[in-house]
Ligand binder design. Sequence first.
Ligand code: ZN
Length: 554
Amino acid sequence: MPLNIKTTCIDCGYESVFKMQETRCPKCGSQWREASYDYKSIGKNLVNELSHRPHSLWRYHELLPVEAAIPDVSLGEGVTPIYRAVNLGMMLGCPNIYIKDERQGPTNSFKDRQAVVTVAALKEAGIKELVLASTGNVAIAYSAYAARAGIKLWAFLTSRVPAEKMREVALYGTQVIKVTGTYDLTKKVAADFAEQRNIFHDLGAKCIPCIEAMKTIAFEISEQLTNRLGPPDDALWRTPDWYFQSVSGGMGPLGVIKGFQELADMGLASSTLPKLGVIQSAGCAPMVHAWKKNAQEAEPVTNPRTLIETLATGTPGRTYTRIREKMLAASGGVFESVTDEETFRTMHLLAKMEGISVEPAAAVTVAGLIKLVRQGIIKSDETIVINCTGHTMPIEPVILGDSWGSSVDLSDEGEDKEEGLLAAISEITAERYPCVAIIDDNADARRLLRRILQSQGDYTLFEAGNGKEALELITKEMPDLILLDLMMPEMDGFDVMEALQKDEQTAEIPIIVVTAQELTQAQRNRLNGHIQLLLQKGDFLSDDLENEVRSLLK
Ligand SMILES: [Zn+2]
């Protein structure tokens, strides 16, 4: 089916039919153009069609600048799963946090979307060579699809890209050019090279298929939330209140917000677009600086200071201005930054508490969310979707340090392997671990506390769901520490505390109260002097509790 996509120049308004070979506005030469489609007619059929379409981003093919319904370069990208982050939500007091798991793309990042759509469009246009600059993930994604499409790829990478990522790019047969210098300099070298040799150059936010590909994140989020939660009162499809993503160049959010706008234009979703949470690394946060000064243009950061190389674009250029315009025209949003330290702490937290090991760039997003919840910018009843991407190497050594596991050495056991194995296992399990009792009537809350402690691996845990059971358990097991909820039916936490105090044997056991209740002064007085610490549910992170527990058990 020949494409019928209109491109409109953002600078002079000139309209033309989309052609992949045409990288500038034919009238004024601007590279900033936007694609549009016949939304009314596509919207009419799309919903009915979807039930028999493949589970890949090609299920929305009429909204992509590729002729084939499913191009043969496809590796099944898109339609990544979405899950509720239950433990994180409980810790933050925001139960409706969802993770869009972009790690599950063919090369483990959301850049697969951009790569497959752009490479498919290049192949259809007969273009056989491509130049790009990358901080890692883009080069890996394009390398995979370029291999399938028979396109020669030149990838310009900064020398700060981890060697593992560089080798992965080379493995696909891509020509890797390592540039010693910043990412902005690397982009310039790539652009000059492409111009000299007259090779097609992928310009990210200025490349129509790239932006168009990112829209599919919005389409999927909306379709998936609707399947999970049902449609809202005022539309067929549900959209979240917030979409969160960390940015380097900023193309992702620009494409995603266009996707939500198109859902509204097709009459599928509400015209109230989600707010954007755009997060940068504090060592390279030109967009955040500009946003906080209410400036339309971002000033470049010439010397990025972050370990997170994938986010080290110092010159966002016009992408910032365009995201800001779209944000202000829609429902708003915010740019925020987080330090590397906050990021690594969050990366560990996400792995321990949600079972999701992301790359640092994605941990930046979650760290930004935590910060904005703490600032009261995110409301507890809002629905938030976070883009999580990437493999974790190579930052684990920084996070975990040296003592992250136990080892069993069986190399010298000779004949009696069986006996050696048993001895080795009993060595690991011989220690007596501190014993902690978790008392809470809410099973989810017990699971959260259990998970926080068991992720450290060295506690014996007991649990009780009501006050009476708790007293029996504590008298029997004599724990070293008690985590106590206050609001429980029949016998509440106050009564448990007072009963323990009356018994000589249990009177000295330290107690941490973990409660969702806003306490009155009288209630505070009742606790005063009888407990070691008061924690408010939804207002502490796993590390905070871990540290308190450890210091009380010393
Ligand atoms: Zn123009």
